[in-house]
Ligand binder design. Structure first.
Ligand SMILES: [Fe+2]
Ligand SMILES: [Fe+2]
Length: 364
């Protein structure tokens, strides 16, 4: 599947290779190399986002192999994970091949490997943001940081840092007001924390739409932060449903829908949520014909913000890249949405279409 992030696994042991492949295949495109020479060739030709190296790989062994990767410039910036036997741990810790890497002990623990690769790939993606223009880099680094902190606070049952979340969106407002969002949308797409990627994309599109209808300054800032916070309740949905690498079954979808109620609880613990943010977060799944959730609100019960939230959320979900589906082309997504005349505000949808063509076709 071309939409998955490619990583390279280098090892001679077929059983270990199969194990690594089966652990990671739903999240990453795992390319196996059974000897170090082939691996070096391949790494020079195609970029990979992480290396997983069996320390026993033939003919050179894992550590000298990592030493050889120094001559390939991008490898320096990607995570490298060495799989070792426990008796070689001391040797590996003391070795010096001039490359930074992390290691995991054999036999490989599924959860540990998955977490390490995910965290490392994200760290690599976040590092690649350093090359972006300042405003774009700030949007990404500030929102990813606050998003992580907010999830921690939510899990501990505390009050989310509403003011800091809003502050983290000011580079986004700047990017929207100075026409610099195109690079942002593609830079965030490789990140592996789907809830973050989706939330930031919603914040970006919502800010664009709000800006297109004339909002500015503080008002725009508050609504962007509403985009970033619109699905916070997903943090309290069980992980296996939230990150399921396939479409949800009907029962699982019912559980997923409870994210809106969770968001309400989370907001209840904070005392500085503005009404605009609340509407975006609690009504983005409502539909004009009353078929939405959680309340089944209808027509005039849904104000412009709720209608915008729903358009932007559906558009983002369709064009998001997921492990089980590639990102849908914008035209196709907008085509599908044009058929939803009963549920979506068609006048707002055409405004959205117009400015989307403008905003995303602007050369950087
Ligand atoms: Fe949602
Ligand atoms: Fe959403």
């Amino acid at each position: 599947m071309a939409n998955l992030t490619p990583i390279a696994a280098i090892g001679t042991n077929a059983e270990l290779n199969a194990q690594v492949q089966s652990i990671l295949a739903t999240y990453f495109e795992v390319k196996i190399f059974t000897d170090t020479d082939h691996a070096i060739d391949a790494l020079q030709h195609d970029p990979y986002y992480a290396l997983i190296v069996d320390n026993n790989v033939k003919p050179t062994g894992g550590l000298p192999f990592l030493g050889r990767t120094k001559k390939i410039s991008y490898i320096d910036n990607i995570p490298k994970i060495l799989l070792i036997e426990s008796h070689s741990e001391k040797l590996v810790q003391e070795s010096d091949f001039g490359v930074d890497f992390e290691y995991l002990l054999n036999p490989v623990n599924r959860q540990q490997l998955l977490e390490k690769v995910s965290t490392s790939v994200n760290a690599g993606v976040e590092k690649s943001w350093e090359k972006l223009p300042t405003v774009q880099r700030k949007v990404l680094t500030e929102t990813v940081g606050i998003f992580r902190d907010t999830f921690k606070v939510m899990h501990d049952g505390g009050a989310i840092p509403v003011h800091d979340i809003e502050k983290s969106c000011s580079p986004l407002v700047e990017a929207v007001e100075s026409d610099q969002v195109v690079g942002l949308l593609s830079a965030v797409q490789q990140h592996d924390d789907y809830t973050y990627v989706h939330s930031l994309r919603v914040a970006i599109y919502l800010s664009l739409l709000d800006h297109a209808v004339g909002m500015k300054g503080d008002e725009l800032l508050t609504l962007s932060s509403g985009g970033l916070m619109h699905d916070l309740g997903k943090g309290l949905v069980p992980q296996e449903i939230l990150n399921k690498p396939a479409r949800l079954e009907a029962e699982e979808f019912e559980i997923m829908k409870t994210h809106v109620d969770h968001t309400k609880e989370i907001f209840g613990k904070a005392n500085d949520i503005t009404i605009g943010v609340e509407i975006i977060a609690l009504q983005h799944h409502e539909k004009l014909d009353g078929s939405g959730y959680p309340l089944g609100l209808k027509g005039s019960e849904l104000n412009t913000l709720a209608r915008m939230g729903s358009i932007v959320d559906i558009y983002s979900a369709l064009t998001d890249r997921r492990v089980y589906k590639p990102a849908m082309e914008p035209d196709k997504a907008l085509g599908i949405m044009s058929e939803m005349a009963d549920g979506l505000d068609m006048a707002l949808l055409s405004t959205f279409k117009e400015f989307l063509m403008d905003a995303t076709s602007t050369p950087e």
